[in-house]
Design a protein around this ligand. Structure first.
Ligand code: DX5
Ligand code: ZN
Length: 221
C-alpha cells in the first residue's frame, strides 16, 4: 500500500503568519505542504508565486508540493526548482506538450505531477504514467478553496488507482478540493494516498492536522 500523506494547502492559511502555521502542521504530522500557484488565466484567480515559496523554503523542511494552475508551465520549471519546489504538478489541460513538460520537471531534479480537472476523462492519463511520480485528481473546479467535493470524484479516483496499479509504477495518487474530516475516510477507501486539505486544516492548523493524521494512520493499519 502506498504511504498516506497529508498535504495542507496554504491557500486557506492566514498569510500574515505563514511560517508559524507551517511549523504547526509539521509538528502535527503533515509531511507535505501544498502550494497553489494561480495565474489568472488558466484559472480566474491569482494567488502567489516564486517569491513567497522562496521565503518559506528556509523555514521548513517539509516537501513543497507545488500545484501549478498556470498556462504553459514549461516556461517556469527551473524557476520553481530554484525557489524550492520538490514536487511540481502541472495541468494536462494547460500544456501543449504534456510529455515534454513532465520530462523537463524530472530533468530539473523534481518529482513530476500531472493533474486533471473534474471534467477531463481519466483515460488521458494512461499515456503519461511512465513520466509521472504523482497524479493529482481535482475534486473541485480549480481556482478557489472552500468548495464542495464533486461526488463523481470517488469513482474517478478508483479508475486512476486501478490504472496506476496495473502500470506497476511507483506513482502517488493525490486528491485536491473539498476534503474534510467527514469525507476523508471515503476518499482514502478509493485508493488515494495523498490528501490535500485547505479550509479543513487552516481554521485551526495544529489541531485539525492531528485529526486528519489520526484517520490517515488508522486506516493504514
Ligand atoms: C483549488 C486548489 C486547492 C484548494 C483546496 O484550486 O487547488 O488546493 O486550496 O482547498 P479546500 O481544501 O478548501 O477545498
Ligand atoms: Zn491545489
Amino acid at each position: 500500500m502506498r504511504k498516506r500523506i497529508l498535504s495542507p494547502s496554504i491557500l486557506a492559511a492566514d498569510f500574515a503568519g505563514l511560517g508559524s502555521q507551517i511549523r504547526e502542521i509539521r509538528e502535527a504530522g503533515a509531511e507535505y505542504v501544498h502550494i497553489d500557484v494561480m495565474d489568472g488565466l488558466f484559472v480566474p484567480s491569482i494567488s502567489f508565486g516564486m517569491p513567497v515559496i522562496k521565503s518559506l523554503r528556509p523555514v521548513s523542511d517539509l516537501a513543497f508540493d507545488v500545484h501549478l494552475m498556470i498556462q504553459e508551465p514549461v516556461r517556469y520549471i527551473e524557476e520553481f526548482r530554484d525557489c524550492g519546489a520538490d514536487i511540481l504538478t502541472v495541468h494536462y489541460e494547460a500544456c501543449e506538450d504534456v510529455a515534454g513538460t513532465l520530462r523537463a520537471i524530472r530533468e530539473a531534479g523534481m518529482r513530476s505531477g500531472l493533474s486533471i480537472k473534474p471534467k477531463t476523462p481519466t483515460t488521458v492519463l494512461k499515456d503519461y504514467l511512465n513520466l509521472c511520480d504523482m497524479v493529482l485528481l481535482m475534486s473541485v473546479e480549480p481556482g478557489f478553496g472552500g468548495q464542495k467535493l464533486i461526488s463523481s470524484s470517488y469513482e474517478r479516483a478508483r479508475e486512476i488507482d486501478q490504472m496506476i496499479s496495473a502500470s506497476d509504477l511507483p506513482i502517488d495518487l493525490e486528491i485536491d478540493g473539498g476534503i474534510n474530516l467527514d469525507n476523508v475516510q471515503q476518499v482514502l477507501d478509493t485508493g488515494v494516498n495523498v490528501i490535500v486539505a485547505g479550509s479543513a486544516v487552516f481554521k485551526n492548523p495544529g489541531y485539525n492536522t492531528r485529526q486528519f493524521m489520526k484517520i490517515l494512520n488508522q486506516s493504514q493499519l
